[in-house]
Design a protein around this ligand. Structure first.
Ligand code: HEM
Length: 720
């Protein structure tokens, strides 16, 4: 067939010729033009109109009624839906907060075609009648998780609740690094020196977590335990949570491997022919469904009661010794030696027929790894503890990328606060009014703190926000707590000094007024006040918007370990790069800009503005392309486009540069990669030229203020 080359994704001209160019498209994903909806109604508003009770009833009805095109095992789709929900949530990794259930990305490439997601296209299509009926009131992202949760309830398990609020995307994400392999199930991500490549959590390309047969298909349960521990740790799970999840999950359902996939299974959805209509993995074995289904290639159920919640998974795991065998599809799995009649499992499709149960190598790991074994046994001996642990771990797994509890919607949100939700106390005091804000501003200006110090601290506080899992941000004032108050990038000594001065103002103010200001708020107000001064010094008079709404968290409410993942290796906005960091500064800049939800112009104005305001780590001179530090101006852009300046690398790795005058050889400025990229990359240069123009001086000031304000308020979820 002939092709219109420009219409094919793999033919992208720029990527083809210059594959190392910055992908600025990650800042413009899911543009409004992709959304077919005409309504201004937010998902939150639409969700509140949902008849949640009826939706749950419909889901339960749907999952207990088998349909001809994809018959249910044991007449119940519940286990299938649990696997779909687990695979939706299980891509989350704590290091960069990306992946997870909150966007409904399982519908798009690459996830819709990952080998580990084999046949989950059918699970989503089974849900279509319900999605169709409830429309905009329930997103796919919410529906997939709810279906898994309702499935457990319908099989007798008491779950911990459900919070809605996951808004669908309309195209697959481009900002998530899933690994550098170019073949499914390859593993090029482990090195002897560094172990698993950061920030990945899965051990092979196309897997959600680990290989069920054991590392790279070797049936070694102890080695599998290592993989499980590492992968689930990177998902933010402890050993106990990990075991609860695996044992709880495999209490339900079965695996599918009726015959050799290489012989009978067609291409994945993205590669399937048109007539398949988005389905993939077309099976040509037997009836191609039901008893002849080929999914993972492993075959069999774990328990005698695959559609009922009970303790039988752990009972069977510990009761028998296990023999290694191959499934009909040729995959390694384990069968119990001499199982009792009562421990056989019913055939999923033939009434009255009984079969042996099975375990994966990864299931045996829960018994054979000495640390895992202790926990598994404690669950075996205390079914109540097991049930509670599984309920909590499932709730965490499926909600942990949604950010604070205030974002959860619906009638079944649990009251409890969990540490992983990064709780912040509710505001139970009167907030400051406009007049009081003015009073506070005067006090702030009367301190000896500089514009740069105040801005630096406000940025340190707000810029931890990451949109991937909605963690971090200025609310909570966690910049004053461990671990953030000790991060190198936050300049602990200077931070301490600024916080002391601001706390003194706060305490004095709160003692004299009926209203109160939090430390979290005063940090941002101080930054804004400094910015207004800097604007004044630059020749303009502007107000930086401020709304008091933040409260302070305590150290006890802060999971130090989990917050340590938010520490930046580089923050190009402050021209900071951790010693030894090998990622080029401009890539870290783009990554952070994406996490801060910045557009290309917003990223540009913030870097240019912050440089001339002197908001650099350790007051370093790089990128400070002005002679008037502390006054907000477009000098950065003007000097970057000055043809008289010639830039030269200062070191072998071209990470630092100096700029000298062509005309007299005078040293003018120094810069990092994160600065010069704005003159070098053609798209960023276009932005730079725009802001260097004589007619955009004031627009630059306005745009900087707007972008600054946006970052300060990124975690203000009540507005959405
Ligand atoms: C070490 C981690 C895990 C591995 C390697 C693993 C692997 C697998 C595999 C290979 C299958 C068979 C798929 C098929 O052929 O249909 C399966 C099924 C299933 N898994 Fe897991 N899994 C893991 C953890 C979990 C977790 C954490 C849950 C949920 C909490 C879960 C829930 C399920 C369920 C319910 C099924 C049955 C699906 C059905 O009946 O169609 N799994 N798993």
């Amino acid at each position: 067939m002939k092709a219109y080359k420009h219409t094919l994704l793999g033919e992208n001209e720029v990527a083809k010729w210059w594959p190392n160019q910055l992908n600025l498209k990650i800042l413009t994903q899911n543009p409004p033009a992709l959304k077919p909806t005409h309504s201004d109604e937010s998902y939150k508003e639409a969700f509140t109109k949902l008849d949640f009770t009826q939706l749950k009833k419909d889901l339960e009805q749907l999952m207990t009624h088998s349909v001809a095109w994809w018959p249910a095992d044991y007449g119940h789709y519940g286990p299938f839906f649990i696997r779909m929900a687990w695979h939706s949530a299980g891509t989350y990794r704590i290091m960069d907060g990306r992946g997870g259930a909150s966007t409904g990305n399982q519908r798009f490439a690459p996830l819709n075609s990952w080998p580990d997601n084999v046949n989950l296209d059918k699970a989503r299509r089974l849900l279509w009648p319900v999605k169709k009926k409830y429309g905009n009131k329930i997103s796919w992202a919410d529906l997939m998780i709810l279906a898994g949760t309702v499935a457990m309830e319908s099989m007798g398990f008491k779950t911990y609740g459900f919070g809605g609020g996951r808004e669908d995307i309309w195209e697959g994400e481009e900002d998530i690094y899933w690994g550098n392999e170019n073949e499914w199930l390859q593993d090029k991500r482990h090195t002897k020196e560094n172990g698993l490549d950061n920030p990945l959590a899965a051990v092979q390309m196309g897997l959600i977590y680990v290989n069920p047969e054991g590392p790279n298909g070797e049936p070694n349960a102890l080695a599998a335990a290592q993989d499980i521990r590492e992968s689930f740790r990177r998902m933010g799970m402890s050993d106990a949570e990990t075991i609860a999840l695996i044992a709880g999950g495999h209490t339900f359902g079965k695996s599918h491997g009726a015959a050799n996939p290489e012989k009978y299974v067609g291409p994945e959805p993205e590669a399937a022919p048109l007539e398949e209509q988005g389905f993939g993995w077309k099976n040509s074995y037997g009836k191609a469904k039901g008893a002849d289904t080929i999914s993972s290639g492993l075959e069999g159920a774990w328990t005698p009661t695959p559609t009922k919640w009970d303790n039988s998974y752990l009972e069977i795991l510990f009761k028998y010794e296990w023999n290694l065998q191959k499934s009909p599809a040729g995959a390694w799995q384990w069968v119990p030696i001499n199982p009792q009649e009562k421990d056989l499992t019913p055939d999923a499709h033939i009434a009255g027929k009984k079969e042996s149960t099975i375990m994966f190598t990864t299931d045996l790991a829960l018994r054979l790894d000495p640390e895992f074994e202790k926990i598994s046994r404690s669950f075996l001996e205390d079914p109540k503890l097991f049930a509670q642990s599984f309920a909590k771990a499932w709730f965490k797994l499926t909600h942990r990328d949604m950010g604070p509890k205030s974002r959860y919607l619906g009638p079944e949100v649990p009251q409890d606060d969990f540490l992983w939700q990064d709780p912040i106390p509710n505001i139970d005091y009167t907030l400051v009014n406009d007049e009081e804000v003015q009073e506070l501003k005067t006090k702030i200006l009367n301190t000896s703190l500089s514009i740069s110090q105040l801005l630096y601290t406000a940025w340190s506080s707000a810029s931890t926000f990451r949109n991937s899992d909605k963690r971090g941000g200025a609310n909570g004032a966690r910049v004053a707590l461990s671990p953030q108050n000790g991060w190198e990038v936050n300049e602990p000594q200077q931070l301490q000094k600024v916080l002391q001065a601001l706390t003194a103002i706060q305490e004095e103010f709160n003692a004299r007024h009926e209203s109160s200001i939090s430390l979290a708020d005063i940090i941002i107000l101080a930054g804004n006040t400094a910015l207004e001064e800097a604007v004044k010094k630059g020749g303009y008079e502007k107000t930086v918007p401020f709304t008091p709404w933040r409260n302070d968290a305590t150290q006890e409410q802060t999971d130090v370990h989990s917050f340590s993942y938010l520490e930046p290796t580089g923050d190009a906005f402050r021209n900071y790069l951790q010693t030894g960091c090998e990622v080029p500064a401009e890539q870290l800049l783009l990554d952070k800009a994406q996490q801060l939800t910045l557009s290309v112009p917003e990223m540009t104005v913030l870097v240019g503005g912050m440089r001339v305001l002197g908001v650099n780590y350790n007051a370093n001179p790089y990128g400070v392309l002005t002679d008037n530090i502390g006054a907000l101006s477009n000098d950065f852009f003007v000097n970057l486009t000055d043809m008289d300046i010639e830039w030269r690398p200062l070191n072998e790795e071209s990470s630092l540069f100096e700029g000298k005058s062509h005309s007299n050889g005078e040293m003018k400025y120094k810069a990092t990669r994160a600065d010069l990229i704005f003159g070098s990359n053609s798209q960023l240069r276009a932005q730079t030229e725009f802001y260097a123009q004589d007619d955009t001086k004031e627009q630059f000031i306005d745009d900087f203020i707007a972008a600054w304000h946006k970052v300060m308020d990124l975690d203000r979820f009540d507005r959405i």
